[in-house]
Design a protein around this ligand. Sequence first.
Ligand code: ADP
Ligand code: MG
Ligand code: MG
Length: 893
Amino acid sequence: TQAQQKFVYDFTEGNKDLKDLLGGKGANLAEMTNLGLPVPPGFTITTDACRVYLESGEEPLALRDEVTAHLEALEATMGKKLGQADNPLLVSVRSGAKFSMPGMMDTVLNIGLSDASVAGLAAQAGDERFAWDSYRRLIQMFGKTVLGVDGDLFEEALDEAKQAKGVTVDVDLDAADLKRLVTRFKEIVARETGRDFPQQPREQMDLAVRAVFDSWNGERAKLYRRQERIPGDLGTAVNICSMVFGNLGPDSGTGVAFTRDPASGQQGVYGDYLQNAQGEDVVAGIRNTVPLADLEQIDKASYDQLMQIMETLETHYKDLCDIEFTIERGKLWMLQTRVGKRTAGAAFRIATQLVDQGLIDEAEALQRVTGGQLAQLMFPRFDEAAATELLGRGIAASPGAAVGKAVFDSYTAVKWSRSGERVILIRRETNPDDLNGMIAAEGILTSRGGKTSHAAVVARGMGKTCVCGAEELEVDTKQRRMTVADGSVIEEGDLISIDGSTGKVYRGEVPVVPSPVVEYFEGRMHAGADDADELVKAVHRIMAYADRVRRLRVRANADNAEDAGRARRFGAQGIGLCRTEHMFLGERREMVERLILADTDEERDEALGALLPLQKADFVELFEAMDGLPVTVRLLDPPLHEFLPDITELSVRVALAEARKDGNENDLRLLQAVHKLHEQNPMLGLRGVRLGLVIPGLFAMQVRAIAEAAAERRNANGDPRAEIMIPLVGTVQELEIVREEAEQVIAEVEQARGVDLKLTLGTMIELPRAALTAGQIAESADFFSFGTNDLTQTVWGFSRDDVEASFFTAYLEKGIFGVSPFETIDRDGVGSLVRSAAQAGRATRPDLKLGVCGEHGGDPESVHFFHEVGLDYVSCSPFRIPVARLEAGRAAT
Ligand code: ADP
Ligand code: MG
Ligand code: MG
């Protein structure tokens, strides 16, 4: 109950592990205090008190007395009383939640100053100017953050005072100027709030504490929490800290420092210092700071002590820390520390440096880096300094830096790239017809659609750079040009550069710097080499450790030998998804047309017969590239109309031909077929296993191609390990029929070639019914591969291609989800089906192999989930493999 709860902790009572209760700032102030570091005494009001206030609208009853008791103890320690006229104690009131959050209330310094105590402060410090400067800062900060007065009003008054005096910096205002400014500030407060600036020290403090509590529910803080998935009911702590003054003359000052370089991880002296300044002046850029190293000249004793303290902190926290400090007349005070933010590269380097220093072990090092950071390190970057003209900005949909000539249709993209040109495909939005152009292009730029639009999803899958939804760019595919906001135009053939990590689009060719980490994964750079990049060495060590400890295997989604080769170099332990539909594009599309148009068995068999050797050749290459490793081949999945011409285009063509009276028989038949195949919901229509069941011979042809390719590899002394996967199964009966047919084909091939192919046959689990009846389906499946893309679509009832544009942004803004369920697996819904299906499958067949081949296979958070539910492997696009390996390692430690 409230009466027994302790709402206030002295800095000497807390420690760094009490972040939930004391917030990050309070917990670390306590930790430093207990380490014997010079922290100005103070106390922390707990998040419990904040929660009571937020729930009831009143501070807890006991709080007032507890604060009084701690304040009195503080006053006794300091030998002065809060705001006492002749010798005032001043304090800062500082917010501090568990997670640092933009939008929370700013700190108010110099609480306790008033008309009565300002003279006392002047006498105490022997410096009248300082006292008035502190007072005007109090009114300014208090007015703005506690009383809600527009901060510009104070800034303007300050500027006027400087102008009147003909000076440019605040330090040139003297006591008299500042005294006048205080009067002006008090007038502003009175005018804007209808009340006088509070003169009672305790009232100032209480109002400030309450304002910190209230700021927890500020709009910006709420939005930030939803986006970052920080629970809304944590509340914030409030720190009351006795003031120390960096604005007491040239032997005083304030600074920030890092225990190592947050950009590179290098040990050394990193930070900024500003003489004769208070609090935020350093970061506010009011005057020029000096590099921290200069402090050695300014105040050697404080500098040496600071270096000592930084070492203490690093050894204690076993990590890079950032620090705020103030020097008051030659005495150093520590005002804040926390484990510091760092760049992706520094994260890897620092983790291995700390291992070498014996501060952390390898398991801990693995926790100090993330797959997201590794992904960042893998993309080439533009040298932004060399960029000339920024054309606009879209959504950073798939990272990378791509340069090429602007093209506005798939055909030109393919044609130009064949003749050796680099191209950027620019479309309003993309559809499956653009696939060849997307493959041919260096990068893709669209003016419509968001992070889960077709362009974004496909590009991410291909590891291709993509900027989508660049709405200020007007794309005119007919005229083959794009108009920029300022009216200038990019014509077909003009060079542009797009940055998929920032969403920026530039005119011309911006130079790129390749990622050494990719060079390393590609085998073009060796971590053991003497001149190897420090970053590469660090990545190498951490990856090796992740590989040693992970349980999940990592496979690649790859459809051709080239991707398979890269996947292998990147550490793939097999292919988890080979999509055969990509083998039906290009010139082969015509054969598929013939298959679809076939009227008789003969015509159909002929079309299939023509496809067979081509498919087989594809598989031979793939099995060779992945020799000795499993390759899961998925039989044809997409609706057939995707292989046919667009219905409108075709209708126009037929109509025009008819008008000219030179009708083309084939086009007419095609149009009929297109009409026949047209579906309202193709995603839920004739596709996957359903195709195999209604088009006689189609799956048999594919199975034969796989079996023959495997036999050929076997006869060439290879070690092909093919797994045949049936998509979109909803019931075990479908699978049984397909299995029976497949086994017959395989037996024929084995007999003819005299080999035992050891082919396995399994299914995707991508429909809710399949997941719900997984126990039955497992009777006929050697393996399950969770198709979490389709499963997410069907479980949520979301059409992935549509929802992004229509309402996902609203959902994300309202915080319904923090991240699209297509990016990170929805644990509670889709994930729970995966979990139960895995269990049911294994109950039927304990040796059932389980994997996942949706986009989620390369998503860090999802990898952890798949580890938890006991899958055997994840499969993802080749470029995501290192990320998946790393996260699988992190999940296992
Ligand atoms: P933030 O979370 O925005 O960093 P802080 O509470 O750390 O806010 O305070 C803002 C600035 O005021 C920092 O530069 C800090 O060092 C300084 N500051 C806070 N409390 C005191 C104090 N008691 N004495 C002197 N400076 C202080
Ligand atoms: Mg701070
Ligand atoms: Mg699917």
